[in-house]
Ligand binder design. Structure first.
Ligand code: CP
Ligand code: NVA
Length: 306
């Protein structure tokens, strides 16, 4: 097992299942893990805003008896005051792990290359693997065996969609991405997912037609406008409105469960009726960020899953 977690592909099916089992254990028996990170310090670095990721790591690490140090861009953008390489080399002299939310995946590759401590991707342009772990923990809580389900993602096919696609393929879940033309997930990542899915008996379908989501057990959406984009939600609406997660779509597909990574934009990618409705597991997902990440940190720092 790699000591880093930057694409999500570091875990195969059996390791990913062990990680989810550990997360579930930690959620149910928190007292048994209250000192699991005692004496350990984790730097959490953010080039972009965050609510869930920042707090779920900080509070989660605290619940394991560890210490989280938040770093934003107050000392200037990464790589401007000193190189990313030197940044990584220095942090590794004090800290036990580095969690980083960055604009470009390349920054994570450089951090990981020069870091003797585990580096965790907490969102980049290509992936959001911690989110996908929390989402599959949630799906496992709802459905049990996730290899039996079909998950349909609607909207912008970038980071969150791409990590879900890869983890679905790893865990053997069928995955459908329904995205407008020009917004499908990255072709290379789709190819990778197809290869992994074939090994694990799962299917991958990329479509711009809503009908492809019919029969899905769960529907998932994310913002139409990601952090760092200068498109407005009003502009995005013209392209994405047919892909809105609303009551009619829920009825058309027959899905029993609704997921959203948040931050959500009510009235845009999801309606309030659906977000606050009985099928939404959105706050369960947010809570599970902490449990999934705690398990991940333990696995990487204590080499607990091999
Ligand atoms: N889902 C998620 O990563 O939320 P934040 O951007 O608030 O961290
Ligand atoms: N796709 C979104 C996810 C936010 C958690 C973004 O990159 O802003």
């Amino acid at each position: 097992m790699s000591s880093h977690f930057i694409t999500g592909l570091e875990f195969d099916k059996s390791q990913a299942l062990k990680l989810l089992a550990l997360a579930s254990d930690m959620k149910q028996q928190p007292q048994e893990f209250a000192h699991a990170l005692a004496g350990k310090s984790v730097v959490t670095l953010f080039e972009k805003p965050s609510l869930r990721t920042r707090l779920s790591f900080d509070i989660g690490i605290n619940k394991l008896g560890g210490h989280a140090v938040y770093l934003d861009q107050q000392n200037g953008a990464m790589g401007s005051r000193e190189s990313v390489q030197d940044f990584a080399l220095n942090i590794a002299t004090w800290a036990d792990a580095l969690v980083a939310r960055v604009s470009s995946h390349h920054t994570l590759e450089v951090l990981a290359e020069h870091s003797s401590i585990p580096v965790v991707n907490s969102l980049c342009d290509l992936y959001h693997p911690c989110q996908a772990l929390a989402d599959f923990l949630t799906l496992q809580e709802v459905f049990g065996d996730v290899s039996q389900i079909k998950l349909a993602y609607l909207g912008e096919g970038n980071n969150v969609c791409q990590s879900l696609l890869l983890l679905a393929a790893t865990l053997g879940a069928d995955f459908v991405a329904v995205c407008p033309k020009g917004h499908s997930p990255d072709a290379q990542i789709v190819k990778q997912a197809e290869q992994i899915a074939a090994v694990n008996g799962a299917s991958v379908l990329i479509s711009d037609r809503i009908e492809a989501a019919v029969g899905a057990n769960a529907l998932y959406t994310d913002t139409w406008v990601s952090m760092g984009s200068d498109t407005s939600l009003e502009q995005a609406k013209t392209t994405f409105m047919p892909y809105q997660l609303n009551q009619a779509l829920l009825e058309q597909t027959g899905a029993s469960t609704v997921l959203h990574c948040q931050p959500a934009h009510r009235g845009y990618e999801i309606t309030s009726q659906v977000m606050d409705g009985p099928k939404a597991r959105i706050l369960q997902q947010a809570e599970n960020r902490m449990h999934a990440q705690n398990a991940l940190l333990l696995a990487l720092m204590n080499k607990q899953i091999v």
